[in-house]
Design a protein around this ligand. Sequence first.
Ligand code: AMP
Length: 395
Amino acid sequence: MSLLNKKTVEDIDVRGKRVLVRCDFNVPLLNGQITSEKRIVASLPTIRYLIDNGARVILCSHLGRPKGFDPDVSLAPVGERLSDLLGIDVKMASDVVGESAQKLSSELKDGEVMLVENVRFESGETKNDPELSKKFAALADVFVNDAFGSAHRAHCSTTGVADYIPAVCGYLIQKEIEFMGGALENPRRPMVAILGGAKVSDKIGVITNLLDKVDTLIVGGGMAYTFLAARGHNVGDSICEHDKKALALDMLKAAEEKNVKFLLPVDEKVGLEYSPHTVAKVVPYDGIPDGWMGLDIGPETMKIFAKAIEGAGTVIWNGPMGVSEWENFAHGTIAVAKAVAESGAVTIIGGGDSAAAVQKLGFADKMSHISTGGGASLELLEGKVLPGIAALNER
Ligand code: AMP
């Protein structure tokens, strides 16, 4: 399956049609108040396109992890914000696929918008229950998936409903598959992947898949110590998965066989304890004494990594180079962010901590694409088929 051939909202006629849109309105709430409306704002281009083209728009999303009805995670506050942002009255159903949702959806006029309740109020949702999928499909003529962050879940509102009505993607998913799919299927070369973060075990699938695609693989952050230890270097008290050393050696060997340049740190900023204010110093990678732990890459490594990034055609980055939450150990991540931003390459930040770091450090608008789904983008990088995307119709 190619990611690059999926139908989008612009490939179908939506006028007068009831269009069910799966959004990602999983917003942070504090005492019933929305504390960040970023996800609501991100959903607006698709919704506005549908309104402008005379669709009858039925929005749905999950919020939190309720097991059945729970008023604390009602989507009503999201409906109110949407009304303000769109400047029209977004009608709120009191259920997901029940009488209220059915009545409102049958009464919708062209260009009107409604929101059904939290899809996880229905116990069949996360089981991808066909009976519930049919009920979602009965509300609408067409399904639009725009929730990339949930596309790796085979649930009724992300996947099952597409068995019964035509299914296309909205602008958010379109951008994700254009950039992530483009990089994975047809990258501008040389292609450089940068992986960091705490653990090798979280990213075995990613490394294995990327070794078949990239020209250079850069590994920094906590996960680098497992590779360095596997090569016989002393890593002191650094985070290290000793049970993954054999696997790390296999990966290094595979990289050599596939002609992939595998770059590891050559120096480290180490601390005496795992604390933002610990005493710190820079040491070469095989000179981490017992009692010290690597918390960031060192200046020599920053130069080598930046040089490798400089000539790239495509860069994919997932995971910080050190404990970037702490100012004293954020320099490696900042240096890499700067090199990526200045590279002139197609630059893709794969969700989660690296996206947060890039945003916090002020490099967000310099990147070609920052993925909105941590788990979903990791699964794409692992080469997995995301059910919510596989279910979409092809052109
Ligand atoms: P991940 O979620 O796998 O991308 O990992 C991100 C986390 O890895 C962040 O919270 C970092 O603080 C942590 N991390 C990165 N480098 C190190 C390191 N050298 N030692 C301990 N934790 C690290």
